[in-house]
Ligand binder design. Structure first.
Ligand code: ADP
Ligand code: MG
Length: 292
């Protein structure tokens, strides 16, 4: 088993975020994690690459508990493209991407590493940015540079947190297709968090749908992307049609948030509890009339 998640739980302070997550991903494939804001998608990825440690349960890569794997060793096995933030290092693009080679670096490997960096920049169509300062490029270019940094890590598992959120539709398509092809050509496991259900459905071998800090459904797109699941998990009415054998979602309406609805995330559950107690949930400040 390439990646095994064995019954993990995670809480920030005392607020539970992940419950009861178990997952077996056997080998090379392209997997997309979907789910509304705040359900724990990024937290789950952080438990795989040891940015966070699960409160209970364990994550195994090739049968080895990641708890016992040194960070530099883990970075050879697990590549990571973080959620695109405004943080930018005062480095050139080429130096930023070169950081991704760090787990493989050894005395005398710089030329080889630079060749890998330039090849990857070319593949992503951004080699012209190589010498530009990383903090002086557009959000979409920024995202491609971070993707390049993840790709040069040359790992057998690649985790990506919304890697196409700042890209236009053409680039969303081409990057997602590139990730799918990468899983086949390099025989690696690619796990991508996404909000674009249709693009995920078009390319993913498997979809993990998260809800309330749990895995709500998992399987091939045609099993997971259903009108019923989208209503329960996202609170939307939709019509799911099929295109080239893959489900394609046509969004109809955002359903009203009924009091009786299940909360869609642990955070929402907390907010509801606070509301029921007549507070805002923030330092027990009383709830103003009409505030949600
Ligand atoms: N550093 C943090 N400290 C406390 N709570 C956090 C922190 N990061 C995320 N959370 C909370 O954990 C929950 C899951 O967050 P996250 O994993 O980022 O969700 P997603 O990626 O699905 O949007 C949310 O309710 C969020 O507010
Ligand atoms: Mg997230």
């Amino acid at each position: 088993m390439l990646l095994k998640i064995d019954n993990i739980e995670f809480a920030y302070s005392s607020v539970p975020v992940l419950n009861d997550i178990s997952l077996d991903l056997e080998g090379p494939e392209f997997v997309s994690i979907l789910g509304p804001n705040g359900v724990g998608k990024s937290t789950l990825i952080h438990c795989i690459n040891k940015i966070l440690s699960p409160t209970s349960g364990a994550v195994f890569i090739d049968g080895k508990d990641v708890k016992d794997v040194k960070i530099k060793e883990l970075a050879k096995q697990v590549g990571y493209v973080p959620y695109s933030s405004n943080d930018a290092f005062p480095l050139t693009v080429v130096d930023t991407v070169l950081m991704g080679r760090h787990p493989h670096s050894r005395w005398g490997s710089l030329d080889e590493d630079l060749n890998i960096v330039y090849d990857t920049l070319k593949t992503l169509g951004i080699s012209h940015l190589a010498m530009r300062p990383f903090n002086e490029i557009s959000a979409g270019q920024h995202q491609k540079v971070m993707l390049a940094r993840g790709l040069v890590q040359d790992s057998k598992i690649l985790l990506l947190d919304e890697p196409t959120s700042n890209l236009d539709i053409r680039h969303q398509l081409s990057i997602t297709k590139l990730l799918k092809n990468l899983s086949v050509e390099r025989q690696i496991l690619v796990v991508m968090i996404s909000h674009d259900i249709n693009i995920a459905s078009k390319f993913a071998d498997e979809i993990i749908l998260m809800h309330q800090g749990r895995i709500f459904d998992v399987g091939p797109p045609e099993k997971v992307i259903t009108e019923d699941n989208l209503r329960k998990v996202y609170g939307v009415a939709s019509s799911v049609i099929f295109d080239e054998g893959r489900p394609h979602v046509i969004l109809k309406d955002a359903l009203p948030m009924e009091e009786g609805d299940e909360p869609r995330s642990p955070a929402m559950a907390e907010a509801r509890k606070a509301k029921a107690a007549g507070t805002t949930g923030y330092k027990n400040v009383p709830l103003e009339k009409g505030e949600i």
